[in-house]
Write a protein that binds this ligand. Structure first.
Ligand code: SAJ
Length: 426
């Protein structure tokens, strides 16, 4: 089939689906976006991006992209791509409801011969054990009535270099034909390697493995930070030293916690599915436990620092700088800041917050408002604005202690201004 004549329906126009929709349209596809949020649809249909991202803000006005909440749009597409969230609940249990709902919606509006691709991050087994049975129940046979493939998204919010146009992909499918069609589509819209996997389970496993790899490496340096705090060793200098090894070392950095929609979430999808097969991922679980302990560890550092100047945490005003989970983005998902606030309040601290990227979630209107009221500060997000703060500004507002949860400030400069500085592992 001539790819330029194909039409694509993308389910879920978030930070994954919307860039994919825009790129597909830029490559000549007729693109329909199926999105529940009608306000988002109105913005998109008027050429405005609901997401602050340069690729989108530049290209959305250039393309003809129809966003709707009417599932019958699926019937018009040759390719249907699912880009819905795969979160965890408060018990860290995977939540596949959005994927199940999307699959059922497609099955109810299937056009025979369609290629269905799941891009959402899912654990090995989801396509065969959850998605395909939904289509089978509707009377459709994979490989005969439709094709089913998986190509995990690898969008990295806020990344200035890697985006939907140039990030390599892996693809897996039930059939050779499904694999070929999916590879052909991605090779047409992405200027990077598209790697076909032997099975769909392998494709599902790739994303979970790459993000679990990151989680365990962060846990490794977080545990070292706790140990080196006691040994009086600066972990960040040691990691920089280890990084001089030109091979077989990959730097990760300790911090007040691991947030986001990927790293702290994806390992649980494998942990839970493997458990159902009788295997216990002890290592992945320990890494999650270590990373989940960092917000409380950060508050303990604050409590100890206050005690050295004879102040209790109870009743002290602590200013939290940063609510987003990651520098220079306005994304709160699984942000460690919420756990830090919880632990500070548990100790009776008076907590005030400021994040320039999420002003509506901040208790203070400005950085200076927060500094004026705070006896002690925790840096929870390494936003550029915080890294640019002159240490003299902290001194001007008589801040006594800074716990740098992202090791992003100049320790020596701050100490030279008579302020007690504590980093994570330094
Ligand atoms: N973090 C650390 N130490 C590190 C790196 C990160 O504490 O050395 C923390 C961050 O502060 C943040 C969390 O971990 O709270 C996640 O950070 P991240 O840089 O991994 O950012 P994410 O969540 O946007 O991860 C995405 C992922 N992309 C996809 O899943 C498609 C991940 O695979 C990428 O590796 C990551 O971007 C990236 O490399 O930036």
């Amino acid at each position: 089939m001539n790819v330029s004549k194909q039409s694509v329906c993308i389910i879920g126009l978030g930070y994954v689906g919307l860039p994919l929709a825009v790129q597909s349209a830029l490559k000549g596809y007729t693109v329909l976006g199926l999105e529940n949020d009608t306000q988002k649809n109105e913005l998109i249909n008027s050429g405005k991006s609901p997401i602050k991202e340069e690729f989108l803000e530049t290209n959305l006005p250039k393309v003809k992209l129809v966003a709707t909440n009417d599932p019958s749009a699926i019937k018009q597409a040759d390719i249907v791509i699912v880009c819905v969230p795969t979160p965890i609940d408060e018990m860290y249990m995977p939540d596949l409801e959005p994927v199940k709902t999307a699959a059922a919606t497609i099955a109810a509006n299937l056009k025979l011969g369609q290629l269905v691709v799941i891009e959402s991050t899912i654990n090995p087994g989801v396509c065969e054990e959850i998605v395909e049975p939904i289509f089978a129940k509707a009377g459709f046979i994979v490989g005969k009535d439709y094709e089913l493939a998986h190509s995990p998204e690898r969008i990295n919010p806020g990344d200035p270099i890697w985006n939907v146009t140039n990030i390599p992909r892996v693809v897996g499918s039930f059939t050779k034909k499904g694999l070929a069609r999916a590879v052909e589509f991605y090779e047409d819209i992405i200027d990077a390697k598209i790697m076909p996997m032997e099975t769909i389970r392998e494709a599902e496993a790739v994303k979970i493995v790459e993000n679990s790899f990151r989680d365990i490496n962060i846990a490794f340096v977080n545990e070292l930070a706790k140990s080196f705090d006691r040994l009086g060793i600066n972990i960040t200098n040691v990691i920089k030293g280890a990084s001089t090894k030109p091979y077989a070392f990959m730097a990760h950095w300790p911090s007040c916690g691991v947030g986001g929609h990927c790293i702290p979430v994806d390992p649980y999808y494998l942990i839970e599915r493997a458990k159902a097969s009788g295997f216990d991922h002890e290592f992945l679980k320990i890494a999650r436990k270590i990373n989940n302990s960092m917000p409380e560890y950060t508050v303990e550092l604050m409590q100890d620092a206050l005690n050295t100047i004879k102040l209790p945490l109870n009743g002290t005003t602590v200013g939290l700088l940063g609510i987003s989970y990651k520098a220079n983005v306005a994304d709160l998902r699984e942000s460690p800041s919420f756990q830090i606030i919880k632990h500070l309040k548990k100790h009776g601290a008076n907590v005030i917050t400021f994040d320039p990227h999420t002003p509506d979630k901040s208790s203070e209107k400005s950085l200076e408002d927060l500094l004026e009221k705070s006896t002690a500060i925790i840096i929870a997000t390494d936003h550029a604005q915080f890294q640019a703060i002159e240490p003299t500004l902290f001194k001007k507002h008589d801040v006594k202690i800074i716990v740098d949860g992202k090791n992003c400030l100049d320790k020596l400069e701050i100490e030279n201004n008579g302020i007690l500085y504590k980093g994570i592992g330094r």
